[in-house]
Ligand binder design. Structure first.
Ligand SMILES: [Zn+2]
Length: 248
């Protein structure tokens, strides 16, 4: 079939068919998860570690930090996430990233804005974790930038568009150990000269889809702090809570 015709038919099909739930493929009324998959997502809520946002099994009282936050504190000040990275969350993240389900970004961004409310209230600007230009060209969009746009719409916090650049094309973090991940992203991010005014003296919130070991966000935060940022927090859609049970 000639490409323009196929494109036209594809477009017509998109308009005619109701959107599908990205997790179970059942038709849904609006864009997002169906009610039963929504119920399966595990939202992250307090009590959690004030710094890392890792949920506590019991409430130890306000301001208590996890052992991990004390033993190995990251460069970012606080991390918050909307949901645990489990099978349903993974389907959503992959649908946005690889499945051309860009329509999911506003819903995911809304949940992130809610989970990161306290962090966003103090923020001067959002900084999406950048892709290397070659990967951006290949994939055509940056999922973190889409999420940042949705969060900006919800919260009114502007996006610092030129704050951070990925200067090194890194290998995918999937399948790497914690120390390999840290080595992989070392020196990968830089604040370009034109980005300095968006960074110096400001409180910034890094935006990404998933926090796994935090190595990427840590490398980004280091680059921003080196360029004079006052404070850097991190907000992701999902985070790995129990690394032994997380899906890849
Ligand atoms: Zn579903």
């Amino acid at each position: 079939m000639a490409t323009p015709l196929r494109a036209a038919l594809g477009l017509a099909l998109d308009v005619a068919l109701p959107p599908l739930c990205p997790s179970c493929r059942e038709p849904v009324g609006d864009n997002g998860l169906c009610a039963s998959c929504w119920a399966k997502l595990s939202l992250i809520a307090p009590p959690y570690c004030e710094r890392l946002g890792i949920p506590f099994a019991y409430d130890p009282g306000p301001g208590v930090l996890s052992m991990q936050a004390i033993a190995d504190p990251p460069a970012y000040h606080r991390a918050r996430a909307a949901v645990r990275y489990d099978e349903v969350a993974r389907t959503l993240v992959h649908s946005l990233k690889y499945g051309d389900r860009l329509d999911l970004a506003p819903t995911m961004g809304r949940w992130m804005a809610r989970a990161g409310g306290a962090v966003l209230a103090e923020a001067d600007a959002l900084v999406p974790v950048p892709l290397h230009w070659r990967r951006l060209w290949w994939r055509r969009f940056n999922q973190s930038a889409l999420l940042a746009k949705a969060i900006s719409n919800e919260s009114g916090v502007p996006i610092a568009e030129t704050a951070l650049k990925r200067v090194k094309a890194t290998a995918q973090q999937v399948g790497l150990s914690q120390s390999e991940r840290a080595a992989n992203v070392q020196g990968a991010f830089r604040v370009p000269p034109q980005g300095k005014p968006e960074v110096a003296g400001r409180t910034l919130v890094l935006i990404d889809d998933v926090l796994t070991t935090g190595a990427t966000l840590d490398a980004c935060a280091r680059a921003l702090l080196r360029a004079g940022a006052r404070q850097v927090d991190a907000l992701t859609f999902a985070r790995v809570v129990d690394s032994t049970r997380a899906p890849i």
